[in-house]
Ligand binder design. Structure first.
Ligand SMILES: Nc1ncnc2c1ncn2[C@@H]1O[C@H](COP(=O)(O)OP(=O)(O)OP(=O)(O)O)[C@@H](O)[C@H]1O
Ligand SMILES: [Mg+2]
Length: 212
């Protein structure tokens, strides 16, 4: 049985997930029990997962068709779950993930539209069972605002290169998940400043730890 706490961060491109997770990591580093926290990102987080991440985002030699893309994300996830997330949770650690299956519903379900959100959720269940985050921070910001944050000197990855229409559908996918699983989501207005969001995250983070 799962014992530790599982927290994920979700949101579209440049919504600030990695920024906030890094700040949370810095905070956790100051705690006495810092070794009780495990940070992972998707896709990736394992040797195999990092190879899949590279295939998905940066390898332009033969971009995957939509269904292959879905299964590559799923392969990375199930490998990460079995090798890292479940063992950490079983030993009582808190796992903090930069994206999890809500992203698959949003990108491969709602935006690519190859399978319905229900089908994506069924597939997810087949792969990882009932595992889901206890708490998901959703950094909500429109793609129009978020994309202005991108550093113009860093090349966009394959998914970022998709147009505004695609990324608006991604937002709809996240909105769908927040309605489907209301209790799990903590929605943050990600147009706030980085420091304001960090303060909100830390407050909620402390709250959920104290109630565990
Ligand atoms: N609240 C904010 N206000 C303004 N800029 C922000 C905010 N949060 C993050 N940024 C900036 O936006 C850019 C993207 O942030 P970050 O990499 O954290 O986003 P992300 O959600 O992890 O993106 P991706 O989905 O591409 O991994 C960075 O340059 C970061 O400094
Ligand atoms: Mg990121």
């Amino acid at each position: 049985m799962k014992q530790g706490l599982f927290i994920s961060f979700e949101g579209g491109e440049a919504s600030g997930k990695t920024t906030q997770i890094q700040m949370l990591k810095d905070y956790v580093e100051s705690l006495k029990n810092k070794d009780d926290f495990v940070f992972v990102k998707e896709p990736g987080g394992t040797i195999l997962g990092e190879k899949i991440r590279n295939l998905l985002m940066h390898d332009e030699s033969d971009p995957p068709v939509a269904k292959a893309e879905l299964f590559l994300y799923c392969a990375s996830r199930v490998h990460l779950v079995e090798k890292v997330i479940l063992p950490a949770l079983k030993s009582g650690k808190t796992v903090i993930a930069d994206r999890f299956f809500d992203s698959t519903v949003a990108y491969q379900g709602m935006a690519r539209n190859i399978f319905s959100s229900d089908e994506i959720l069924k597939l997810t269940k087949m792969l990882i069972g009932d595992l889901k985050p206890d708490l998901t921070f959703y950094l909500k910001v429109s793609p129009e605002i978020a994309f202005k944050r991108k550093n113009p000197n860093i090349a966009l990855d394959r998914i970022e290169k998709e147009g505004l229409k695609f990324h608006k559908k991604v937002s709809k996918g996240f909105d769908f998940m927040t309605k489907l699983d209301k209790d799990r989501f903590f929605i943050i207005d990600a147009t706030k400043t980085i420091d304001e969001i960090h303060e909100i995250v830390i407050k909620k983070f402390k709250e959920i730890h104290n109630t565990q």
